[in-house]
Design a protein around this ligand. Structure first.
Ligand code: AMP
Ligand code: MG
Length: 278
């Protein structure tokens, strides 16, 4: 298992020990070529999954402000056929959401068989921001790790391939990105003083993320810590990881699609026979 994949509950995570940079020998050109090929694979795999309706995919995108959640959606999710994808962004809970349990707003966006659900932030905010800003008492947010594990297990039992990505950037990279947003008229609309406020809690978030990853890592719901200082490498890692997870199931889909094809042909033959009768 690569060192950036966490699928073992309880394995300690130390983000500072994990690189946010692309490995040596990797460059934008190589990554771009590989990414283009993966985009095609992704599209084809999605098509088979959509038809077979045996599995679904939940992609959870978590990361600090400026880590590239929106960019990932644009570039990686952009490779998919929109027919089978729903993207949901989770912001500050509304009054109605706050008056329910924390999974209420999330569960109804879980993917149906054949489809992709992309979560831009997720139920994990309730053990991150809620923990750091005291929006829930300690006893309550700690209980949530167990609820999250059970929830993701439930989804997996229903055929959902759960993939959770932490977009790992350095504090320096975040500063550059937030300042770049200010400098560019095209991105200035994203400016939010809250991003700088949250940045002051950098170390608290590091600890909260480490706990969340470690306590909810599972074979059926792995965390992938994505080196995200370079956008092109981030996209490549995520695309590679999704394609890898889907490829493992392709045989199941092929079998189901063949069965469906046979049943369809038999139905059609019977229909033609009936029509041909005098
Ligand atoms: P953005 O993703 O930049 O649009 O910002 C969304 C904001 O909503 C972030 O500051 C999150 O921390 C906040 N948020 C998301 N989920 C929750 C939650 N469950 N409780 C409190 N704040 C949240
Ligand atoms: Mg933001």
């Amino acid at each position: 298992m690569p060192e950036n994949v966490f699928d073992n509950p309880g394995r300690k995570v130390r983000l500072d020990d994990l690189s946010a940079e692309p490995p040596k020998g990797m460059n934008r050109g190589k990554a771009g070529k590989r990414f283009a090929a993966l985009g095609k694979d992704l599209f084809e795999l999605q098509d088979a999954m959509f038809g077979a309706k045996v599995h679904s995919v939940l992609v959870v995108l978590q990361g600090r402000d400026g880590a590239g959640k929106d960019g990932t959606i644009k570039h990686v999710v952009g490779c998919l056929n929109p027919r089978g994808v729903a993207v949901t962004s989770f912001g500050v809970p509304t009054q109605e959401e706050r008056e329910h349990d924390f999974l209420w707003r999330v569960h109804r966006h879980a993917p149906r068989l054949g489809e992709f659900a992309i979560f831009n932030r997720s139920h994990y905010e309730d053990v991150l921001v809620a923990r750091i800003h005291g929006l829930a008492p300690k006893g309550l947010w700690q209980e949530r790790f167990g609820h999250i594990r059970d929830f993701e297990e439930l989804l997996a039992e229903h055929g959902t391939i759960v993939l959770k990505y932490f977009l790992h950037i350095t504090k320096k990279e975040q500063k550059e990105r937030l300042l770049a947003r200010e400098a560019e008229p095209e991105t200035a609309w994203k400016l939010n003083p809250n991003d700088w406020k949250e940045r002051d809690c950098w170390d608290d978030y590091t600890r909260a993320y480490e706990d969340a990853i470690s306590r909810t890592a599972a074979k059926h719901a792995p965390w992938i810590v994505v080196p995200a200082n370079s956008k092109w490498y981030r996209n490549l890692v995520i695309a590679e990881s999704i394609v890898g997870a889907l490829r493992d199931r392709r045989k199941d889909w092929q079998k189901k699609l063949e069965q469906m094809g046979k049943a369809g042909k038999a139905g059609l033959a019977a229909y033609r026979k009936r029509r041909a009768r005098p």
